[in-house]
Design a protein around this ligand. Sequence first.
Ligand code: COA
Length: 236
Amino acid sequence: MKGSPGRSLTASTEPVGGDQGDRRLEQRRGQDAAARRLLGATGAVRDVELAMTSPPGSALSFRPIHRTDFPLLAQWMSTPHVQKWWREAFEATVLEARYGPVVDGTDRTECFVVELDDGPIGFVQRYLLDDNPEWRRSLLVAGTPTTSAGIDYFIGVETLTGKGLGPVIIDRFLDSTWSRHPEITAVVVNVSAENRQSWRALEKAGFSRIWTGTLVSDDPSDEGLSHVYARHRPDR
Ligand SMILES: CC(C)(COP(=O)(O)OP(=O)(O)OC[C@H]1O[C@@H](n2cnc3c(N)ncnc32)[C@H](O)[C@@H]1OP(=O)(O)O)[C@@H](O)C(=O)NCCC(=O)NCCS
């Protein structure tokens, strides 16, 4: 569930050039270096355990989204590597309708910009299934525990994908999710069976596949065969 209120694939951002482009390039180089530090010297660890136990001070953090992040969200959502799997419309009005209530606190979904060395690299959100009864009903077929949270995520900067960062982001996000929601027993994610990069990232972050099938959902991201993954609270 991405919570999409509508669907249109019209890009709403302009190419970045001039000074702004130079700053972005500089920031990107800094983030590549930060990713290498976070993941280990090679910058492409397959051993995620290593990355997850990397020294404190690794510069990964989650910052609640603001309205000023919407243009960046639109830019990320318009990139082919995200759009392929995150089929959410990204015009300003749609983002305002979807994420404005989250910013205002009237929608209990929590959305964060993932930052690496203080620079934005992606997006994560979490929600309680109990707050989304229709989605909870769709997931019943997968045997999902009722007191669960769901998460969704993407790395918006394509050059930072495929390096092992996703599993670290997911694992760290779960750390804060257990304490934020002491009542939940598990976190569940549904992912297209064709999106191997995402379900492998979940497996490397400690999730297990609990079901495979076609979900009843009006979200275009949920079309086709899905895998449902779950990770249970470590202390239960
Ligand atoms: C899904 C995502 C967060 C995963 O994070 P990541 O940092 O790219 O994950 P990893 O680098 O650990 O790669 C995971 C697996 O995908 C494989 N992979 C890497 N690049 C790939 C590619 N272009 N195509 C297919 N698989 C790929 C890796 O080899 C790895 O598998 P392995 O451990 O068996 O070798 C990230 O790729 C992303 O944001 N993708 C776009 C949006 C998206 O799919 N969101 C999830 C919607 S449910």
